[in-house]
Design a protein around this ligand. Structure first.
Ligand SMILES: Cc1ncc(COP(=O)(O)O)c(C=O)c1O
Length: 432
């Protein structure tokens, strides 16, 4: 008898967390790693949020609370949805979670039976694919095309829909591409869903990067398209907008009060409730008049870094890098660098068991980390199915500009270092 269940073996992971020990091992050797792997803003938690959390602790607001989320936060989220998405909602349809991540798996648990299909973007947040497998549903990736600006059309979604489709996941602005869908594109996707899917198919709209938009654009949600609110789970939270990944506050608007009750019960089963003092902090984050300027300053810094680093990367022969419209990631195509360094040939020559767990972009990622101390993420960290011939890296720009410029210099040097790459592969270590 095996110790662990068969099902637990189906669960994948988020490599952004897994790469941490590798980085630490290099740092322990005294090396300075430039961390372009991180999915969190590098700014401190704004003071007006900190002050509220401290005040709540002093008020001894440290006990169990409403497992659905405290009413003042759910009311603030409802007002936020009205203001930003033209959705007038009842706080009974809102549920609070420890971050925007838990409702991904909970949705799969709540809506999917084994064999049902989940459509999701690839490249996309790895938990979409991981949890689909875990609940024994079938992952159906829709590949976002670089030449289409990493967005989706209704036609792309139409090709993926089948009678077994149960959830369609969208994520704009996107991790890892920074792609953003326009209002017209969302309307096009919504039209296909309304025409082709029965009303019990759910759209899961992951809008955690809703505030991180460049060039003055405004966030658009598919839930604002007429007829979509009653099919859509809208998810967001405090992690990215307020640089508060450690606060673990996320929320979802469910299509009905009954569905919100199901999620509330999942919360009760998993963690009872989310710390009330942080929920009060999130309420202030949503409502404070200081918030818009704070967000504007952070987004301005990301935009400046985006412009400088896209330009720098684009000068490196073999790298093609689009300018993202949102989030804080660049997703350059590195096929040319792989070609020049001999990564494809090296990959072909690896033993079968190593080949199974690595990819060309993983070899490049590891070469950059171990030989040039730049931490990035490989393509397979954002979905595995059908990505064998796709060669990209995700570069987070949530690091100060000077370090990012240095990272570009190091990547440029690495891209020329054919002999160094051959030596790295010959060592046979750190290849995945
Ligand atoms: C697309 C996407 N969804 C959800 C999350 C999870 O956010 P949180 O830290 O609030 O759980 C992330 C975090 O990186 C993300 O990129």
């Amino acid at each position: 008898m095996a110790v662990l269940s068969k099902r637990i073996g189906l669960l994948d992971t988020e490599n952004a967390f897994k790469i941490g020990p590798k980085i630490r091992s290099l740092e322990d050797q005294g090396k300075k790693v430039i961390k372009c792997n991180l999915g969190e803003p590098d700014f401190p938690l704004p003071d007006f949020i900190k002050e509220e959390v401290k005040r709540q602790l002093d008020l001894d607001n440290t006990h169990y609370c409403d497992p659905q989320g405290i009413l003042p936060l759910r009311e603030a989220v409802a007002r936020h949805f009205a203001k930003t998405r033209r959705i007038e909602t009842d706080p009974r349809r809102i549920v609070v979670f420890p971050g925007a991540k838990p409702p991904i798996g909970m949705s799969q648990e709540a809506y999917c039976n084994p064999g049902d299909e989940v459509i999701y973007p690839s490249p996309g947040f790895p938990i979409y694919e991981s949890f689909t497998r875990y609940v024994e549903a079938k992952p159906v990736p829709v590949h976002l095309k670089e030449e289409a600006g990493f967005t989706l059309s209704g036609e792309d979604i139409a090709r993926a829909i089948s009678p077994r489709t149960k959830i369609i996941i969208l994520n704009f602005p996107s991790n890892p591409t920074g792609g953003v869908a326009s209002r017209e594109q969302l309307a096009d996707i919504a039209k296909i869903i309304q025409e082709r899917c029965p009303p019990d198919v759910r759209v899961y709209s992951d809008e955690i990067y809703e505030h991180i938009l460049f060039d003055g654009s405004q966030h658009e949600s598919i839930a604002s398209v007429p007829g979509m609110e009653k099919r859509t789970i809208v998810v967001s939270g405090a992690s990215k907008s307020y640089s508060w990944t450690g606060g673990r506050i996320g929320w979802a608007l469910l299509p009905t009060i009954e569905e919100a009750e199901v999620f509330k019960n999942l919360c009760i089963n998993y963690f009872s409730c989310v710390p009330a003092y942080n929920q009060e902090g999130a309420r202030v984050a949503l409502e404070s008049p200081l918030a818009p300027d704070t967000i504007r300053r952070m987004v301005g810094a990301f935009q400046e870094r985006r412009d400088v680093i896209v330009e720098g990367l684009s000068k490196i022969p073999g790298i093609r890098c689009r300018k993202p419209s949102g989030a804080f990631y660049l997703f350059p195509n590195v096929s040319g660098v792989c070609e020049r360094l001999g990564v494809f040939d090296a990959y072909k020559g690896l033993p079968a068991d190593v080949k199974k767990i690595t990819t060309p972009s993983t070899l490049l990622q590891m070469f950059l980390l171990f030989e040039y101390q730049v931490a990035t993420m490989d393509r397979k960290s954002f979905g595995r199915i059908g990505t064998e011939n796709l060669h990209y890296l995700r570069i987070s720009i949530a690091t100060d500009l000077d370090s990012l410029k240095q990272a570009v210099t190091r990547i440029g040097e690495a891209a020329e270092d054919v002999k160094g790459f051959a030596r790295f592969v010959d060592k046979g270590m750190n290849l995945f």
